[in-house]
Write a new protein. Sequence first.
Length: 302
Amino acid sequence: MNMFRRGHLVIPFLIFLLVIPATALCAGKGKIKHLTSITKNSETGRLSLLSGLFFDESRNRLYVTDTTNKRILAFDVDFKFVSEFNAGGALGAPTSLARSSKGRLFVAEPAKGKVLFIDIKQKSVRPINFSAVPKANAVYPGNMAVDSADNLYIVDKANQRVLIFDADMRFNRQILVKDGNGLIDVKVGPNGNIYTLDTIDGAIRVFDRRGNLLKRFGKKGKDKGEFNFPVSLAVHPNRMVYVVDQHNHKVLAFNKKGEFVLDFSQLGWREGRLHYPSYIYINKAGKIFVVDRGNSRVSIFE
C-alpha cells in the first residue's frame, strides 16, 4: 500500500515536468525564455554533429557548422535557412567558426591542425600562417572569437594558450593560461576583456586586452552554481557570463563580479530542453544561441 501511494504521487509529478514550459526551468533571479529552435527540415536535410556557431551582426546572419556533413549553414534574422557552404569542398571536419566585419570567414579544422581563412568575395581558401607563433607542441585549434577590431582569438588546446592575430592575419601575441589543463573556450566581452573557460577545473579567467589576469571564478562541484563538465561560455552585452554545463544539460549565469545568478534548462528532448549542449553564443541583441548537440539542433533563448 505504501509503495502504491508513493507511485501515485510520482506520476502527477512526472506529468508536471513534461508539461511545464521551458521558461519555468530556471533557478535563481530572472527568467530565461525559449524562443525557437533550428532543426532539420526539407531544405537543410539531416543535421548531424553540430559544432560551432557565429552570429554576423552586420548581415544579421547566423552561421552554424555541421561537422559530419562538412558544411556551414546560414540562416537569416528570422532563423530561416538561407544557404549552405563547403568552400568548394575544402571543408573536411569544420568545428568552430568566426566572421570578421569585412566578411572574412575563419573555420577551425582541428584534425588538420589548421584554421582556414576564407575570403568569399575573392573565392580563396588558405590556412592561417602559424609560423610566427612561439614554438611548442603543434597547434591544435579549438574555439575562436573575434573582437570589434577584427582581431582573431584562437584556443590552442595543445599548449593551453590563446593565440591572437590582427585584422591582417598577422600573429600578434599569445595569452598563456597558467594552471589550466583544459582550456576549451574563449570570448571577448563588450569592454574588450578576454574570457577563457577551463573544462578540467571549471575556472573562468578574465584578462585585460594586454593579457593580464583580472579575476578568476567558477569551479566544479555538486553545489548550486558549480559545474559538472563546462564546455563553453559567452558574455552578454550586460557583462553577465553564461556557461554551458554539458553533463548537467543546463546553462549557468554569473554576474560581472563572478557571482552565480541563475541557471536554466535541464535534460530533455522537447523544445527548450537540452541534451549534451556543446557551445553557446550571445549576440548584441542578447539572444542566447545554444548548440544542443544531443538533439541535433540549435536552441535559442532570451
